[in-house]
Design a protein around this ligand. Structure first.
Ligand SMILES: Nc1ncnc2c1ncn2[C@@H]1O[C@H](COP(=O)(O)OP(=O)(O)OP(=O)(O)O)[C@@H](O)[C@H]1O
Ligand SMILES: [Mg+2]
Length: 216
């Protein structure tokens, strides 16, 4: 059975689609059977996917909350990892997508508003879990991270009670370029950061250990 990873934050523009794109391309390059559900009415992931060049990623669009769980669970019978890119505002579809997830990734950028929204999103995820009497694993993931930034340190302190992924995505122009080119770097800093993130996700049980053999 495949794993479902939902990328969610009530804040817009924090890097949800960039994380989804980076993970999807790198998981596919590692030989995983990857499906992405674009649950954002703005459809930025699926627009990018129409340009995508690389190993197969199945992309579906679904913004209806009453359909997204069945779609994700159905895809989990034929794929190793299902990533769900959600819209950047509090919405029912993101709630259902979090409700069915093996892991919810909550991106945060180095500004306080982003941290406040990440904490709100985390509380919502905890509440969805309580509603279904289970704990939904979630992790904050840093995006646009600058190692030496003062804001990063202040926001990091704000998030001290939150479970945070060790690996961050740096503030790199490659992430922006990727959204225009249809290509996902699988080497260099982007590829290395993606692989570290995937390794952490694997340790959390959100990416299966076994991967398909890819033809050379
Ligand atoms: N690590 C990064 N380094 C540099 N630029 C980044 C990074 N992550 C995201 N960006 C840029 O930030 C902007 C917002 O990113 P993205 O579209 O992924 O956010 P989002 O959370 O999906 O937004 P929305 O809520 O509108 O769906 C984009 O222009 C993207 O290129
Ligand atoms: Mg987006």
């Amino acid at each position: 059975m495949g794993r479902i990873v939902t990328v969610a934050s009530s804040k817009g523009g924090v890097g949800k689609s960039v994380i989804t794109t980076t993970l999807s391309g790198n998981l596919a390059a590692l030989g995983y059977r990857v499906a992405v559900i674009d649950a954002d009415p703005n459809a930025s992931y699926s627009q990018w996917h129409s340009l995508y060049e690389g190993p197969p990623i199945d992309c579906s669009c679904e913004i209806r909350h009453e359909e997204i769980v069945d779609l994700a669970q159905g895809l989990a019978t034929s794929h190793d990892v299902i990533l769900i890119d959600t819209a950047g505002f509090g919405n029912t579809t993101a709630a259902f997508a979090a409700g069915t997830a093996d892991l919810v990734l909550v991106p945060v950028m180095p500004d306080r508003a982003s941290a406040v929204e990440a904490m709100r999103t985390a509380r919502q995820v905890q509440a969805f879990g309580k509603a279904s009497r289970r704990q939904i694993p979630f992790r904050i993931v840093w995006t646009r991270w600058n190692q030496r930034g003062l804001v990063e340190r202040a926001v990091d302190a704000d998030l001290s009670d939150m479970p945070v992924m060790k690996q961050h995505l740096s503030d790199l122009s490659e992430f922006g370029k990727m959204t225009l080119s249809g290509r996902v770097p699988v080497t260099g800093r982007v590829g290395n950061q993606a692989k570290e993130l995937i390794a952490e996700m694997r340790a959390l049980g959100a990416v299966p250990a076994k991967r398909r053999r890819v033809a050379a």
